[in-house]
Design a protein around this ligand. Structure first.
Ligand code: ATP
Ligand code: MG
Length: 489
């Protein structure tokens, strides 16, 4: 008999239910993880008690959702995974007309009813933590041994009912390194189109889990093979068969996948992984043949790619911070690293453009780019040298806040009143310092501030806004030109 060690908080809840005359089983992901000798992330109990009966038995409870799930709160535990244990009555789900939620949920007195509504055999094993009984009507334990994802019952019907299961199948196969059984796999392909009916947030959650797994490359390939990827990010699939130039041995698609895989091998965070995945997303649309070079060119794929990555992530409803960071990392991934020709002020500008907080992540994306094209080393000498230059540049100011003079001092010195002129002066000073960091001394800046204060509004505004606007305008112009040249919108 299989006996698992169960935390006392969870065991206590099962015992309380059973002493009151109800059944209580661990079920779903936690049982699956116990069999796999992994520590469950959360604990789910299923029971023949009704929500009202559950609530009567425990001091601190709340309704988790509209399907009768009761959250039982363990007040005294510090372990986050034990704080709330979900207790759900046995459920029967009837008719799904929206491809996601059952039209009607009824409670049942039979464990078997509850297990057969679950998605995969490995998620449909019930374990009694008190008596150590196992109920495994769908041979989930065998599938765990064989490392197979198999739908409970008729795969075709199960995916037709709820299209989120399409994503869950691939996500679990990826996280667990399991294969998807043939009938299940065929059914996923057949119902791929139903993903359109699923809330994008739910799709994104599963997609992020795939990207955060140990094998995102395999996961995304599985999404593609099951014809689901096109409903998530068709932008990536455009890279299939797009040959590259120079030393590239992989097509754009495989290169992006190998890049994201490297980010996972290094256990880098989600924003780095997404940037690696999308860094060359716009190579297909910017590819042009050069007769002169006798090779393909991809001018502007960084600029267009930054925009496309932003658009893709906003469509997937990622948060603004994620969108902005990934957008910047993709936009600047092509930074120039020929140390023979590069100047510190160019590095400084890159730090300013990508943001001081992101510049090291940009180096990680570059590492993914290199490994993704089959290079043996993450960092050749010139990249390491470049990093030392960043270090140097990072000490120089990249925002007005880092100037050795502030708005108050300028007002005192020049007699200027509060207003836009102060901002213009600060920005004009910043441009001076960006051109030559040695100028960031009080003495120099005071002199310059006095000089700037003599200017008329118009001239001063022009100076002050020049730097800021210049960058934005250049970027827009470049983008417009590229798009016009390549006939893309
Ligand atoms: P994780 O390890 O990510 O928590 P999980 O399988 O536990 O994976 P949950 O969302 O916590 O996923 O769901 C708990 C259980 O509820 C599942 O194991 C499965 O039995 C059932 N379940 C969840 N979503 C569905 C679904 N869409 N259709 C059918 N059963 C589902
Ligand atoms: Mg779970």
């Amino acid at each position: 008999m299989q006996k698992f060690k169960i935390p006392k908080e969870v065991l206590g809840i099962a015992e309380t239910l059973q002493k009151a005359g109800f059944e209580a089983y661990l079920v779903g992901g936690c049982t699956r993880d116990l069999f796999l000798e992994k520590t469950p992330k959360d604990w789910d109990i299923t029971t023949d008690a009704t929500p009202e009966e559950i609530q009567k038995l425990f001091k601190n409870t709340f309704y988790e959702n509209e399907y009768g799930t009761v959250g039982v709160v363990n007040e005294d535990t510090k372990d986050k995974s034990l704080k709330v244990v979900e207790v759900t009555p046995y459920r029967i789900e009837e008719k799904y007309s929206d491809k996601r939620r059952p039209d009607k949920v009824t409670f049942s007195k039979k464990l078997a009813d509850d297990l057969k509504r679950r998605d995969f055999t490995i998620n449909a094993i019930a374990y009694d933590p008190v008596k150590h009984d196992i109920f495994d009507f769908f041979k989930g334990e065998q599938d765990l041994k064989d490392k197979v994802i198999r739908a409970v019952g008729a795969a075709d019907l199960r995916f037709a009912e709820d299209a989120l299961r399409l994503m869950r199948a691939v996500r679990l196969a990826t996280e667990l390194d399991f294969a998807i059984e043939t009938e299940t796999s065929d059914a996923i392909k057949k119902h791929a189109g139903n993903l359109k009916h699923i809330a994008i947030e739910r799709i994104r959650e599963e997609f992020s889990k795939i990207v955060m797994s140990k094998s995102p490359m395999r996961g995304i390939l599985l999404l593609h093979q099951h014809e689901i990827l096109k409903y998530i990010t068709p932008e990536l699939e455009v890279g299939i068969g797009i040959e590259q130039n120079g030393d590239h041995i992989y097509d754009v698609w495989e290169h992006n996948l190998r890049a994201v895989q490297h980010s996972a091998d290094r256990e880098w965070p989600l924003h780095v992984r997404l940037s690696a995945l999308f860094h060359d997303v716009s190579k297909p649309e910017t590819r042009r043949w050069s007769d002169e070079k006798k090779d393909w060119t991809f001018y502007g794929h960084d600029v267009v790619g930054g925009k496309v990555a932003r658009a893709t992530l906003s469509r997937l409803k990622y948060g603004n911070e994620m969108i902005d960071t990934v957008g910047k990392l993709v936009r600047w991934h092509l930074f120039f690293s020929d140390i023979e020709k590069i100047t510190l002020s160019a590095v400084r500008r890159l730090v300013k453009n990508v943001g001081p907080d992101n510049v090291w992540d940009l180096m990680k994306v570059r590492a993914c780019d290199r490994i993704g094209m089959g290079r043996p080393k993450e960092k050749p000498y010139r990249l390491r040298k470049y990093e030392s230059m960043i270090e140097e540049a990072a000490r120089a100011p990249v925002t007005v806040g880092m100037l050795k003079i502030d708005g108050g001092e300028i007002m005192k010195l020049t007699g200027e009143k509060p207003g836009p002129r102060i901002g213009w002066i600060l920005h004009a000073l910043l441009e001076e310092v960006l051109d030559e960091p040695k100028r960031n001394t009080k003495k120099y800046l005071e002199e310059k501030a006095l000089e700037f204060a003599k200017l008329k509004d118009k001239e001063l505004q022009k100076l002050g806004e020049a730097g800021k606007k210049k960058r934005e305008a250049e970027e827009e112009k470049e983008l417009a030109e590229i798009r016009k040249r390549y006939h893309v919108e």
